[in-house]
Design a protein around this ligand. Structure first.
Ligand code: FAD
Ligand code: SIN
Length: 527
């Protein structure tokens, strides 16, 4: 064990939520931002389409509110939505002042359209590299602040919690464990897309924050709501690269393998219907035509326009021998975003004292059962800022703060065969995709549970010093929580669709709230 570290604020994760929080917290004390890979490696870095904000002449905050509520399918926390849409413009203007260069038409900001938005309200940068531009500016900004220290390739493996209060986290660096004590601890670890074999998420997104919070007895909410993006590249030996929804916003059309445009048969909004509707329509067309993909067609659009508007996508597809101006792109859905997570209020407070969370790891309820496209970068900014304020208030509320240092070590140290574990990991991710994916039912979910639960039980009290095994343990925990929550929700709402309960029925308006009880799950609330 290495020497202990002390800081006022510990932030775990360096995407949009963690970095925005660091900027705010630095005004009140010393901040340490730990990140398990390179600082840029995050979903934020790969975000393409843009960031939604009601700033255009044709838009209003109230209309952004209505669209978000509608997409959430009856389960949004209205207070959180109000905060998101009304505080969003200020956070975006701040970003522009810090140097984010959103695309413009002349001197005016350029807004595009995405699914289920009734106005053009998506700001974008360098065409399709919005997240990279935001991450660049936030990292630069943080680097100019003396009171913020960054530690990369430093992985949080568990929270230090005693009697429902968080005192920091156990960190893993170069196979050594370091205890980091903090007055307030902030989870900004992003989502959990890697629990699925088909995902748009980068490999660092393994649900660590959710798993750590669960082990620490925090409340998690709405874990069954996973958003599947309709269009990820489907090609052997190619990554499941995202084909931004903004492409459909600019006129791209989904076609089945016979070349038929099919979305109007499923929804009046056609290709720009909500994501869950489009993903299910694609699956249904794939089944009907007995294929594993459909096409995204942009061949009717001008090549120069496509090169300029989607430079990264154009280049990436060309690397895999697809000229998007001349050939249709084979696509199929992939896990993209999780609406559920560590339950917080609108000030980032979790059910554990001293533990705050924001961004994709958190569940304020702002997205309800389905997230409106391009609302999550905004969520990271707005709630990263607010949760930082919440943490500052908590820390400044102490007249004097005593770090509590007597903690037992974590679990039993285990060394496992990595080849065998890699096979288990891939089997697990396949099962999640096939049985807990876009379309679910009791039978498929129970098959998944019977595979995952023994693994969960096997790993839950083990301590690993290999980041791969720590991630595997976390992924299995989160997979177990998603499966159990999906089994408990006996209805279909938003992104959660069950063939055995196809409608909203019974207590569908209830939220699923869970916590750990011994080694099992306790439902605080379910429908
Ligand atoms: P992330 O940006 O994912 O950052 C998480 C951070 O936590 C990373 O630094 C990671 O390394 C670190 N971390 C994780 N576990 C640990 C650990 N145990 N210890 C230490 N560090 C850890 N949303 C939009 O609004 N618009 C878009 O156009 C858009 N496009 C997207 C495209 C893609 C390909 C993807 C994957 C997502 C997209 N999204 C988009 C969703 C959006 O990018 C994410 O929801 C958002 O960026 C999440 O931000 P975050 O700060 O919560 O987490
Ligand atoms: C996309 O560009 O399609 C992703 C947008 C999002 O997930 O919000």
């Amino acid at each position: 064990m290495s020497e202990d570290i002390y800081t006022d604020y510990l932030i775990i994760g360096s995407g949009v939520a963690g970095l925005r929080a660091a900027i705010e917290m630095s005004k009140s004390g010393n901040v340490l931002v730990v990140t398990k890979d390179l600082p840029t490696e995050s979903s934020t870095e790969y975000a393409q389409g843009g960031i939604a904000v009601a700033l255009s002449d044709e838009d209003e905050i109230g209309i952004h509110y209505e669209d978000t509520i509608k997409a959430g399918d009856g389960l949004c926390n209205e207070e959180a939505v109000k905060v998101l849409v009304s505080e969003g413009p200020e956070r975006i203007i701040e970003l522009i002042n810090w140097g984010v260069e959103f695309d413009r038409e002349g001197t005016k900001l350029s807004f595009t359209l995405e699914g289920a938005h009734s106005r053009k309200r998506i700001l974008h940068a360098h065409g399709d590299s919005t997240g990279k531009e935001i991450e660049r500016v936030l990292i630069n900004k943080v680097s100019t602040i003396d009171s913020v220290k960054k530690a990369s390739f430093t992985m949080a493996i568990d929270l230090i919690v005693d009697e429902h209060r968080c005192y920091g986290a156990f960190l893993l660096k170069d196979k050594e464990i370091i205890r980091c004590f903090a007055k307030a601890t902030f989870l900004a670890t992003g989502g959990a897309g890697q629990v699925y074999s088909r995902t748009t998420n980068p490999r660092v997104i393994t649900g660590d924050g959710m798993a750590m919070a669960f082990r620490a007895f925090a409340h998690l909410k709405d874990m069954e709501f996973v958003q599947f993006h309709p269009t990820a590249l489907y090609k052997k030996e190619a990554p499941q690269f995202l084909l931004s929804e903004a492409m459909r916003g600019e006129g791209a059309i989904l076609r089945n393998i016979h070349g038929e445009a099919f979305m109007k048969n499923y929804h009046p909004l056609g290709d720009l219907a909500p994501r869950d509707v489009v993903s299910r329509a694609i699956i249904s067309e794939m089944v009907r035509t007995n294929t594993s993909f459909v096409y995204l067609d942009l061949t009717h659009l001008d090549e120069n326009f496509l090169k300029k508007r989607f430079p990264q996508i154009y280049r990436t597809c060309l690397n895999f021998n697809i000229n998007i101006a001349q050939q249709m792109i084979p696509v199929s859905p992939a896990a993209h975003y999780i609406m559920g997570g560590v339950e917080t209020n609108i000030d980032g407070e979790t059910s554990i004292e001293g533990l705050f969370a924001a961004g994709e790891v958190a569940c304020t309820g702002v997205h309800g059962a389905n997230r409106l496209a391009s609302n999550s970068l905004l969520e990271g900014l707005v709630f990263g800022y607010r949760a930082a304020k919440g943490a500052i208030k908590y820390v400044e509320g102490f007249e004097s703060f005593k770090f509590k240092k007597d903690f037992p070590m974590l679990g039993k140290l285990e060394i496992l065969d990595l080849t065998e574990m890699n096979i288990i990991k891939e089997q697990f991710r396949e099962i999640m995709w096939n049985r807990v994916g876009v379309i679910r039912c009791a039978e498929s979910l129970n098959i998944a549970k019977s595979f995952i639960q023994p693994l969960y039980e096997r790993f839950s009290s083990s301590l690993f010093l290999d980041p791969f095994l720590v991630e595997l343990k976390n992924m299995i925990t989160v997979g177990f929580l998603i499966t159990e929550s999906a089994l408990a929700r006996k209805n279909s709402v938003g992104a959660h669709y069950r063939t055995d309960y196809k409608n909203k029925s019974g207590n569908w308006k209830n939220h699923t709230v869970i916590k750990r009880k011994n080694n099992d799950i306790q439902f605080i609330s379910k429908c």
